[in-house]
Design a protein around this ligand. Structure first.
Ligand code: AMP
Ligand code: MG
Length: 405
């Protein structure tokens, strides 16, 4: 058996970042910028009002309360050509350009309409510059907004739109082939014959790949037939950036993934000192065009599939997309209940429900069923507690936990 850190290092060493590509900003969401973004426009592009109110000359309202003549109105999207002179005010809405001659805005809350709106009483004096938003307050043209490695979040998309930056250069989103193997797997809803089960890993892994920020591509369930599997894997390698398989990587007689990948790919078959998910395979398969794609051979037991995806495939796929945060958040949590185990030379990843306690710390409580075939309990978990080899921990002890949220 090898330590999980060694397996992870081996995988990460073989998953280089993908090429960069220019994409419309909305399609780049969740990806990492691969170039500097320099603003080409000021935001805001003109001096405008921060409030609904009246544009005034601050000198005119210094002795408030005062009355001013309302000589016009300017809404957002419009502009006024009137140059404000002594004793005048212009009704103005949030975001509208401030008319020439005005140097402050009085909030509507500090005013009273008179004569059906022809005049206004200003109750409060305002300083020059009050409630004005300066040109370039948010962004100055020519400044660097974002550097390589910045993740294109919705807010970053918003900034890019605000400066008319319609496309960005990012590291490509990984297209990830997902397939399941096993003669026992039924996908079409037909009644189960003895020995058959419903397929579940493919469905789950397509979702895990998408949640990792990559693009899942469904290659379906492949029977335990070496030729069919070899064809499917070669096709996936030529069409995708990585392949995730489930099942067929352990010691059984029908572990065809192992048989096929041993022949057509450069694989490392691992027994990792963890529970669940001890068997795991990683390697490189020719894409038919002179390059290779990483192949993640996950074990077939559903909980093992999920845990080995989390530990090895997810960080690797995120590294391929040059994302800065390849890992889930890790915390030192408080065990809400005893977490008992026996020494077996393995690190245990206990599926748990994590939540904040009144002490402000994360508390973790194991979900009931911890069998590697018992997906229901795991589906309710939102954390993996790392239980080092030994006897476990008592309630109240500190334990490291990976948050799956
Ligand atoms: P294997 O790794 O192929 O020996 O499979 C280990 C266990 O996981 C067996 O009980 C399989 O029936 C089960 N299994 C494998 N693939 C899937 C799948 N896609 N969905 C649900 N169970 C699976
Ligand atoms: Mg199998």
């Amino acid at each position: 058996m090898i330590e999980p850190a060694e397996a992870r290092a081996h995988v990460l060493a073989h998953c280089a970042p993908l090429a960069t590509v220019a994409l419309p900003i909305v399609e780049a969401r969740g990806l990492a910028l691969a170039a500097h973004v320099i603003a080409v426009e000021d935001v805001p592009p003109f001096v405008n009002s921060a409030v609904d109110g009246y544009a005034v000359r601050s000198a005119d309202v210094a002795a408030s309360p005062v009355e001013l003549a309302v000589v016009g109105e300017v809404a957002a999207g419009a502009h006024s050509t009137h140059v404000l002179t002594a004793g005048e005010a212009i009704r103005i809405m949030t975001g509208a350009p401030v008319p020439d001659g005005a140097d402050a805005i009085v909030m509507v809350e500090d005013t009273t309409r008179l004569d059906g709106g022809a005049r206004v009483r200003v109750a409060q004096a305002v300083a020059a510059g009050a409630s004005l938003r300066g040109r370039g307050d948010d962004v100055r043209a020519g400044t660097e907004l974002f550097g390589p490695g910045t993740v294109v979040t919705p807010a970053v998309c918003g900034v890019l739109a605000s400066v008319n930056n319609r496309t960005v250069t990012v590291t490509r989103r990984a297209r990830v082939a997902v397939l399941s193997t096993g003669d026992e797997l039924v996908t079409d809803g037909s009644p189960l014959q003895l020995g058959q089960i419903r397929e579940s890993n493919l469905t789950m892994l397509l979702g895990l790949v998408a949640e990792a920020g990559a693009e899942p591509v469904d290659y379906g369930v492949v029977t335990d037939d070496e030729d069919v599997l070899a064809d499917t894997l070669r096709r996936a390698a030529s069409e995708c950036d990585a392949i995730v398989t489930s099942g067929g990587v352990s010691m059984g007689d029908y572990d065809v993934v192992k048989a096929v990948l041993s022949k057509i790919a450069d694989m490392r078959w691992m027994q990792i000192a963890i529970k669940p998910a001890k068997p795991f395979a990683f390697g490189l398969l020719d894409d038919g065009g002179g390059a290779t794609v990483p192949v993640f051979g996950l074990p077939g037991n559903p909980v093992s599939s999920l845990v080995s995806f989390e530990l090895f495939a997810r960080p690797a796929l995120r590294q391929m997309m040059a994302l800065p945060n390849i890992d889930r958040p890790q915390v030192l949590a408080v065990a809400a209940a005893p977490l008992r185990r026996r020494p077996d030379g393995k690190t245990h990843y206990v599926r748990a429900v994590a939540g904040f306690g009144e002490d402000g710390r994360v508390h973790v409580r194991p979900v009931g069923a911890q069998g590697s075939h018992q997906l229901v309990a795991t589906s309710m978990a939102n954390a993996l507690v790392t239980l080092a080899d030994g006897d476990g921990v008592d309630a109240g002890d500190d334990v490291p936990a990976t948050l799956l949220w």
